[in-house]
Design a protein around this ligand. Sequence first.
Ligand code: ZN
Length: 274
Amino acid sequence: MKLPKPTGNYCYLCNKPLSEYDSNLKPQPDDKETKDHIPPDCLFPKPKPSNLISVKCCYRCNQDHSEFDTQLQVMASLPFDRNPAGQRTLDEKVFQGIFGTGRQLDLQLQVLSTIRNVPNSNLARFNIHGKPFTDGMIQITKGLLRFFYPNFDYSKNHFIVIPLSPIPSEAQTRLIQMLGQRQYDVRGDRVFEFWRYVDETKNSGGWMITFYQCSAFVVLHKPPETFNLLTKLRMLWNKIRAKFLSDRFQIVSSRHWINYAKQFISLPGFAKAL
Ligand SMILES: [Zn+2]
């Protein structure tokens, strides 16, 4: 039997050594070297920018999060204040490509079952499960760390994800102001923007990440022993809460898209329910 050749590289998610890609091997080994785009390249309307970020990833981890790529496309492009690149993604990929062909039925059901109109506005609100997005933002941050700081060891860091509300709280506003002054970078036509502050000597960092100028997250990471007692208690509470209650993200979108979506949503009864 032919064995895969090791490459001396490591997967940015599971940190296991990778083996060289060999098309003759069947089935493909789990540790086969693949490339992962940070963030998923399906977020970028065509023509795609030439400076997309990619890192090395094993075949298994790459397969494990392929669902998240399309979920992020939906979640990032639905908010009412998306920019033109977000609008194109919503029109061309989400409605026609995902909803129109009946993919992501679970996500479609979440949208359907939680839609509420916002009084005195042309907006509608709905909830989706938060966990895949929290995990996804940690994954994106790890990818950015591997790309920009290849010597940074984040394997023992604890990651905290804070989704930013369109009307941020006082604490969120402070975070936005603090990180907004840090190093800025962008990919695509303001598809993906990020601000970073990484302290390699303290093995910690903070990131602000936005998609289409509307969906925004802060990700903080540091060794668990450096958190103060209050933060540790809060982390414990969040863990307990996540176990018993499903964490939810609220998205505010325009009612206009719901009317538009009726043409594309493939779920039986969806159009009637709206
Ligand atoms: Zn892996």
